[in-house]
Design a protein around this ligand. Structure first.
Ligand code: ATP
Length: 330
């Protein structure tokens, strides 16, 4: 996991955007085929984080990446990228992108592709780009059109990293990679974030490994942002509380248990996944959960009260509960 107190992000922009968040959405709306994929989404992604963008198929992850990259406009609200309008000249040279279709010129060799990257990007780092293709065993002389899907992903990532961007927007970067290349590229990305303070936003369906790679999570489902916060904070905020009820039909959860995300009942044993538990009085046991378990619970319960850094929940806890814990500086 990367440290939130790492080096200051590399910065090629103006002073005004030096401290702006990597992404800042206010009332963001994205149309899907059958209505809103995201509606009234407000969240902030601080600089220097490795962000897991998570949600079910069709939740709007690719659409969000496309809007941030300036490829399509938002359908409502505002999204700022490094303090700027997406796609504006002030921000385009500072972002690196990887889209699901990995658009590359198929006739070029890998070496020609990297040369083009060098010619188009004044801040190009050839060694960084070559290290990616070398680590992934992609021959420099091979034509892009003859590479496997996973090998093309390596070349596209080499182009994105060679640009030395302040923000990397990666749409399912690991989906096509074998375990060895996945490890190599994950390592390269984490090193980039740790050594240069690059913000990385990557959509993924691999929840089991998220806590190893990402230190911030953005979870969207059924048109809502459900979580936007540090992974450590998300984990610390949730508990699984088990109660033994006096009778199978008796009401189980004591009032004021906290923000209940999900409950399960088996006979007299009742478990509740609670955010910011206020009182565990009467509980038979309390245990922590993995990040994956928490994210899956929100995905099963998309009507749950959202946990979004910097915003107040409808059922916000009082002072002294985890929401009032000091957060890392952004
Ligand atoms: N080119 C397009 N034109 C119109 N609607 C689109 C287009 N691409 C996607 N959509 C719609 O936008 C919504 C969000 O799709 P999107 O691809 O952003 O979701 P996603 O979370 O990335 O999904 P997945 O996990 O399957 O990649 C869906 O309703 C989808 O049908």
């Amino acid at each position: 996991m990367t440290s939130s107190s790492g080096p200051a992000p590399a910065h090629h922009g103006d002073d005004a955007s030096a401290t702006a968040p990597a992404l800042e959405a206010v009332g963001l709306g994205l149309h899907g085929r059958d209505g809103w994929a995201l509606r009234d989404g407000s969240f902030t992604v601080p600089r220097g984080r490795v962000v897991g963008l998570v949600g079910p198929n069709g939740a709007g992850k690719s659409s969000l990446v496309a809007v941030a990259a300036g490829l399509r406009p938002a359908d409502a609200g505002v999204l700022r990228v490094l303090g700027h309008v997406p796609g504006s000249p002030a921000v385009l040279p500072r972002i690196g992108t990887l889209f699901q279709d990995r658009p590359l010129e198929r006739r070029f060799t890998v070496a020609e592709t990297l040369r083009l990257g060098r010619d188009l990007n004044p801040n190009w780092n050839d060694a960084a780009a070559r290290a990616i293709v070398d680590n992934c065993d992609v021959p420099l002389k091979a034509r892009v059109g003859r590479l496997s899907t996973g090998q093309r992903t390596c070349v596209a990532l080499a182009l994105a990293l060679g640009k030395q961007p302040d923000l990397l927007l990666l749409d399912e970067p690991m989906a096509d990679l074998d375990p060895q290349r996945r490890r190599a590229l994950t390592g390269a990305l984490m090193t980039r974030a740790a050594e240069h303070g690059t913000t990385i936003v990557m959509s993924t369906h691999t929840l089991s490994e998220l806590h190893l790679v990402c230190d911030y999570v953005l979870l969207t489902a059924r048109g809502r942002i459900l979580i936007a916060d540090d992974t450590e904070f998300v984990q610390a905020a949730h508990s699984l509380i088990t109660y033994t009820c006096p009778a199978p039909a008796a009401p189980s959860l004591p009032p004021q248990a906290g923000t209940v995300i999900e409950t399960r009942r088996s006979g007299r044993v009742h478990t509740a996944l609670v955010c910011f538990p206020l009182s565990t009085e009467g509980a038979a046991s309390t245990s922590s959960l993995s990040l994956e378990e928490i994210l899956l619970a929100y995905l099963r319960n998309p009507q749950a009260s959202p946990l979004i850094a910097g915003s107040t929940r409808d059922d916000a806890p009082s002072a002294g509960t985890p929401d009032s814990h000091e957060r890392p500086t952004q």
